[in-house]
Design a protein around this ligand. Structure first.
Ligand code: HEM
Length: 454
């Protein structure tokens, strides 16, 4: 139910309209700095008029709770995601209303605890393959770890969601990159450039879209050959769900959009988590040693199994802290469907509303020394008095991440087995710069050299 529309509140403070050119430059350049300085300068509710758009940026846990959970029915996905839709279609991440409910109902069971437990073996094997690949580069030139962990997360998704080995489709990683770039371009230009304009990245995107359609068609055809929608992985569930569409063409487009969305949402975010995790371990050798010691104590020299997740407690705390400092989904954009009142601030219908996990996770009122990397702040045996909605790495409310358990298991297992076996050292003097795209990437990837673990 949408809460009653109200326009009783005040208008949030913010930069004057004359600041638009500067804001636009920052929006295209350093979006994290823009959000951070807006929160520092104006507080927990900021109104930013940028050209014809007015953004309402809320940076308080109560505001986040209201927009994402309590009054979620009054909001749709917003700026960026609505534009990214032109690139990734109407999958679970971008759809609304009845279509979203149908998609969520169809896929959610495949991510339940029981299914995830059964996927631990596939995750552990993929982590083992990553260790082997990295080990082959011991003592050699730097490797781009971001590419490696992206390969790992696609590998895991292929095996867990589709029961397929995606490495057979060798261009798939590049195709997803092209889709991401296009989605980001759509965001920045607010879809003002028609798709037929032959800009190099639009041409690349069109090729990628064709390639992904080919992959999805082949996956679906193979599955139909081998018993269709009988299994209980995501592919079977989506196939069964789209078979109910009266119009076959609609069903075909849904199949494509849903699989592309799941693969994109599921691999970029986890790869970003792992990239930042290895960067932070490199900067904090004492944390790296504790992760290594825990992996050796809990696992010995065997591969992890689902039951180890509880015992790898410190490694899980490290992952929690990594996604606090560098939340892969750094911004949660929404569009108000009706007038609303957010903590006493007026939001008109149609307004673009932003909740930003990146700034919320560093809010000095809720986090002690927020910029410090300190996994112990997530020690489950210690008392915490921070509000629940001060920490939103997986979002909140009905649009909460469907793959959170899978993503966390992947991150914990991979960090544990790689650190147990190898010592990854960042190439000195190469700056590690956050790049807030659809997910929060490391610009150019993380370059490391590989050494045997001590
Ligand atoms: C550490 C890894 C991950 C992080 C940090 C993450 C984060 C998030 C966040 C913050 C949202 C909410 C977006 C919003 O409200 O606008 C989300 C949604 C979503 N995530 Fe994840 N995610 C991760 C892993 C995964 C995995 C492994 C999958 C598996 C396929 C996945 C699939 C999705 C989907 C489909 C949605 C949209 C759900 C909906 O709107 O109903 N994610 N994710």
């Amino acid at each position: 139910m949408t809460r009653a529309a109200t326009r009783t509140g005040r208008t949030p403070p913010g930069p004057p309209r004359s600041a638009t050119p500067g804001l636009l430059r920052k929006l295209a350049g350093d979006r994290l700095a823009l959000m951070t300085s807006a929160a520092e300068q104006y507080g927990d509710a900021v109104r930013m008029a940028i050209g014809p758009k007015t953004l309402y940026f809320f940076n308080h846990p109560d505001h986040a709770k209201h927009v994402l959970a309590d009054n979620a029915a009054a909001y749709h996905k917003g700026i960026g995601l609505v534009h990214a839709r032109r690139a990734i279609g109407d999958g679970l991440l971008t759809s609304e209303g009845e279509l979203w409910r149908k998609q969520r109902r169809a896929t959610q069971p495949a991510f339940q605890h029981r299914r995830i437990a059964g996927q631990a073996g596939a995750v552990a094997e993929a982590a083992g393959r990553l260790v082997d690949r990295l080990r082959a580069g011991t003592g050699g030139p730097p490797v781009n770890l971001t590419d490696e962990v992206t390969g790992l997360t696609l590998d895991v998704l292929g095996r867990t969601l589709l029961s397929e080995d995606l490495s057979r489709f060798e261009h798939i990683g590049h195709s997803f990159e092209a889709v991401q770039d296009q989605a980001m371009f759509e965001m920045v230009t607010m879809s003002a450039v028609p798709m037929w304009v032959p800009l190099p990245h639009q041409l690349r995107f069109r090729r990628a879209r064709k390639e992904l359609r080919r992959v999805v068609d082949r996956l679906a055809a193979r599955r139909v050959e081998h018993g269709g929608a009988d299994g209980d992985d995501v592919l079977s569930r989506v196939l069964a769900s789209v078979a109910e569409e009266p119009d076959a063409a609609v069903g075909e487009r849904r199949l494509h959009d849903e699989l592309v969305t799941l693969l994109l949402a599921g691999h970029e975010t986890t790869a970003s988590t792992l990239g930042w995790a290895f960067h932070l371990l490199d900067r904090h050798p004492e944390v790296k040693e504790r992760v290594r010691a825990e992996a050796r104590a809990v696992l010995g020299d065997r591969a992890p199994v689902f039951e180890d997740l509880h015992a790898l407690r410190y490694t899980a705390m490290v992952v929690d802290e990594v996604v606090r400092l560098f939340p892969p989904v750094w911004i949660l954009p929404r569009r108000a469907q009706a007038d609303d009142d957010v903590g006493g601030w007026s939001v008109p219908a149609g307004a673009d509303v932003l909740v930003c996990p990146y700034t919320l996770h560093r809010h000095p009122a809720f986090w002690d020394r927020p910029d410090r990397f300190d996994p112990d702040r997530f020690d489950p045996s210690a008392a915490h008095d921070r509000p629940r909605y001060a920490y939103l790495p997986f979002g909140a409310g009905p649009r909460f991440c469907v793959g959170s358990h899978l993503g966390l298991m992947e991150a914990v297992f991979t960090l544990a087995v790689v650190t147990r076996e190898l010592d990854l050292r960042a190439v000195p003097d190469r700056p590690v710069v956050p790049e807030p795209m659809l997910s929060l990437r490391i610009r150019g990837g993380l370059a490391v050299t590989v050494h045997p673990a001590g």
